[in-house]
Design a binder for this molecule. Structure first.
Ligand SMILES: C=C1C[C@]23C[C@@]1(O)CC[C@H]2[C@@]12CC[C@H](O)[C@@](C)(C(=O)O1)[C@H]2[C@@H]3C(=O)O
Ligand SMILES: O=C(O)CCC(=O)C(=O)O
Ligand SMILES: [Fe+2]
Length: 326
């Protein structure tokens, strides 16, 4: 990491050496959800990278664009208006601070609770009816995609029970979060050979994350070798991450992917991410169907509630699962 003095606009934001433009993820798995081979391709991608691009997912580009436009409208409001929707904890508008433990990024965001497949009626944010309608339409659609992908994961793993994984996010009381991130262009760093950290490196604690972004790249993932590669943007596609909890449920057959976002010096990035977590009381332990003869769990037993609490007490880049290894 490069530390640059005297750039007031990006004070307190960690800087990164600019990514090498040659480091695009050339081997990125692209899964066509409408094809019969999808389950095996998904399982293979989750084993190798914990990450894949999903196409032909059935969600209309219109619904994605409607939400993106409403989000852009929200983020264009005067700062004082946006601040009235904050702070982000537990849910609401946040700017630059990520979590409660000192992490900073070159972004602003909305963090929202999801109740079954929509915003809880009681949540006051966002207050704009059009934005809420676009959110509810999109969340219901992306959640269905998450369920279909988790069914395909189970099939790809050879598990007979189709909903062995998906039931955890489909169940009443599952713990789902939705996040809209806006990374403004970071003009101050233009030509300096550095980039601002948009969202620092981390793994997602939940089971699955389903991400959609506008046409601005910035997302990077770490390969198992530790090498970082950039994920070219695609507004029509979803990008799916394996989260820590799914790594545990599969006894590390699926890998929770380390990822981060680098801010662009010229263009803004808008991303919307659905995080599918189970109910707080759900036990997170390898599925018995996946344990081969004599194979032991690599992890201590815990519930999602216990893991979530530990995660929210940690820094973004911490290896949260390390404390739960046997
Ligand atoms: C620094 C933090 C932000 C985070 C909670 C945490 O303490 C560690 C995990 C972070 C993360 C990453 C994935 C999601 O964006 C998120 C909402 C989540 O569930 O875990 C964030 C948390 C956050 O921004 O509050
Ligand atoms: O904004 C992005 O593209 C990714 C953000 C992310 O990883 C997160 O919110 O957990
Ligand atoms: Fe993430």
């Amino acid at each position: 990491m490069v530390v640059l003095a005297g750039t007031p606009a990006v004070d307190h934001i960690p800087l990164l050496r600019s990514p090498d433009p040659g480091d695009n993820f050339s081997g990125m798995p692209v899964v066509d959800l409408s094809r019969p081979g999808a389950p095996r391709a998904i399982a293979d991608a989750c084993e190798r990278f914990g990450f894949f691009k999903l196409v032909n997912h059935g969600v209309a580009l219109d619904a994605m664009d409607r939400l993106e436009s409403e989000a852009v409208r929200f983020f264009s409001l005067p700062q004082a208006d946006k601040d009235r929707s904050g702070p982000a904890y537990p849910f609401g508008y946040g700017s630059k601070r990520i979590g409660l433990n000192g992490d900073m990024g070159w972004l602003e965001y909305l963090l929202l609770a999801v109740d079954s497949a929509s915003l809880p009626a009681a949540s006051a944010v966002p207050s704009c009816a059009l934005f809420r309608a676009a959110l509810n339409e999109y969340i219901a659609a992306v959640r269905k995609v998450a369920v279909r992908v988790m069914e395909a994961m189970a099939e790809g793993l050879g598990i007979a029970q189709a909903d062995a994984l998906s039931a955890m996010v489909a169940a009443e009381g599952s713990d789902q979060v939705f996040r809209v991130n806006h990374y403004p262009p970071c003009h101050a760093l233009q030509g300096l050979g550095c980039s601002a950290t948009g969202f620092g490196e981390h793994t997602d604690p939940q089971l699955i994350s389903v991400l959609r972004s506008n046409g601005t790249s910035g997302l990077q993932i770490a390969l198992q070798s530790g090498h970082w590669v950039s994920v070219p943007s695609d507004r029509d596609a979803f990008f799916v991450n394996v989260g820590d909890s799914l790594q545990v449920l599969t006894n590390r057959r699926f890998k929770s992917v380390k990822h981060r976002v680098v801010a662009n010096s010229l263009k803004s990035r808008v991303s919307m991410i659905y995080f599918g977590g189970p109910a707080l009381t759900q036990r997170i332990a390898p599925l018995p169907q996946l344990l081969r003869e004599g194979e032991q769990s690599l992890y201590k037993d815990f519930t999602w509630g216990e893991y979530k609490k530990a995660a929210y007490n940690s820094r973004l880049g911490d290896n949260r699962l390390a404390h739960f290894h046997r």
